[in-house]
Design a protein around this ligand. Structure first.
Ligand SMILES: *Cc1c(COP(=O)(O)O)cnc(C)c1O
Length: 366
């Protein structure tokens, strides 16, 4: 147990009240009033018409790709720096992932490199809004429309983040979110697919429910999955959603303190926020390229002070199981992955906590 964890959920009386109500109602599985309420409320929050809640974020990505008929012979472009669930979903459907390098300024997929990776077989792009920072959605949507590709946003780390004033998750044909315990809001385990396309939403609902025909019970037209969210999870999520603005303001406040306290240290790059972006700083992150200490030494010293940190994800292309999908060059993700460190970003941290952590970082580095 760390005194200052990287992320932890804030769960209060409102959540408890909802979950108790759900339990007492007897609707503990995937029927019940909280599910549709949560789906509609979250979709509305992002500015998308339809929401289909799932048992986690990974299966939301899987369902999105199945619903778009992506499979064998198709290629899907993913960024090199992301959580493995992004690429795994592509592999589940039998498509070929194509790994693309990131942009050095904001750490998400680089649109220029993305365009060069497109072939005749490319069907979709999965941009990932990494650590709460949006991708360059205008550039990505423009490339996608020119090449007739689907965009499936992986917004698992960026609830409420905005690109030019528009929320992430409202750009792609389908967007996917996660509500895992360390994400911006949580349902315990959970996820959702959002789309403006009614037919797609209906298709995802069927696929989520064993492929069962909505018109004829126990009649199956497709091989589906059991990827449903429970009423208990949705009850928790609905109470969390009521607090999302406060959580995001809190995260942005934490980022502001880190940015002030850690500015102008040689060899430290701070978490970016591009002029076109509203970043939600899911995990406030820094890059360490410092003569005095390495990233790993800094992490070790912080740990001695009760401060948890997390290294950036390994680039996908470096892991043997994914290497066969890496046929391009990855100079930026290789470098940034080794330098990147996520700092404590929990909404439960006080201003004093964040200042203390920032000062420790400064003390160790300078
Ligand atoms: C958390 C996460 C997921 C997966 O979500 P789960 O709910 O844990 O399955 C997918 N993509 C990214 C980028 C994530 O951070």
């Amino acid at each position: 147990m760390y005194r200052y964890p990287v992320a932890e959920p804030e769960i209060g009386e409102e959540e408890l009240k909802n979950v108790v109500e759900a339990v007492k109602s007897g609707w503990v599985s995937s029927k019940g009033k909280f599910i549709e309420d949560f789906e509609n409320s979250f979709a509305k929050y992002v500015g998308v018409k339809y929401g289909v809640a799932t048992s986690n974020g990974t299966v939301a990505l899987h369902l999105a790709l199945v619903a778009l008929n992506i499979g064998k012979g198709d290629e899907v472009i993913v960024p090199d720096l992301t959580f493995a669930a992004t690429i795994n979903a592509v592999i589940y459907v039998g498509a070929k992932p194509v790994i693309v390098d990131i942009n050095p300024d904001y750490w998400c997929i680089d649109p220029n490199k993305l365009e060069k990776a497109i072939t005749q077989n490319t069907k979709a792009i999965i941009p990932v809004h990494l650590y709460g920072h949006p991708c360059d959605m205008e550039a990505i949507m423009e490339i996608a429309s020119r090449h007739n590709l689907y965009v499936v946003e992986d917004a698992a780390e960026a609830h409420g983040a905005e690109y030019k004033g528009k929320k992430v998750g409202s750009f792609g044909r389908i967007s996917c979110f996660s509500f895992y315990g360390n994400k911006i809001i949580t349902t315990g385990e959970g996820g959702i697919c959002l789309t403006n396309d009614n037919e797609l939403a209906e298709k995802i609902k069927i696929l989520r429910d064993h492929g069962m025909s909505p018109k004829r019970r126990y009649w199956h037209d497709v091989v589906g999955f059991n990827y449903r969210m429970t009423n208990l999870q949705a009850a928790l999520g609905l109470a969390q959603l009521n607090k999302i603005e406060r959580f995001i303001e809190k995260k942005r406040g934490i980022a502001k303190i880190y940015t002030e306290e850690l500015s102008s240290i040689e060899g430290v790059t701070l978490h970016p926020e591009m002029p076109w972006a509203k970043c939600v700083y899911w995990l406030y992150s820094i890059l360490i390229d410092n003569k005095k200490v390495t990233r790993d030494e800094l992490a070790e010293k912080l740990k001695e002070n009760g401060i948890e940190t997390r290294n950036f994800f390994y680039p996908l292309h470096e892991m043997p199981i994914y290497r066969k999908y890496a046929n391009l060059t990855y100079p930026i993700s290789s470098k940034i992955s080794k330098q990147g460190l996520n700092l404590p970003s929990s909404v439960k941290l006080s201003e004093e906590d964040v200042k203390y952590i920032a000062r420790k970082v400064r003390e160790i580095i300078t």
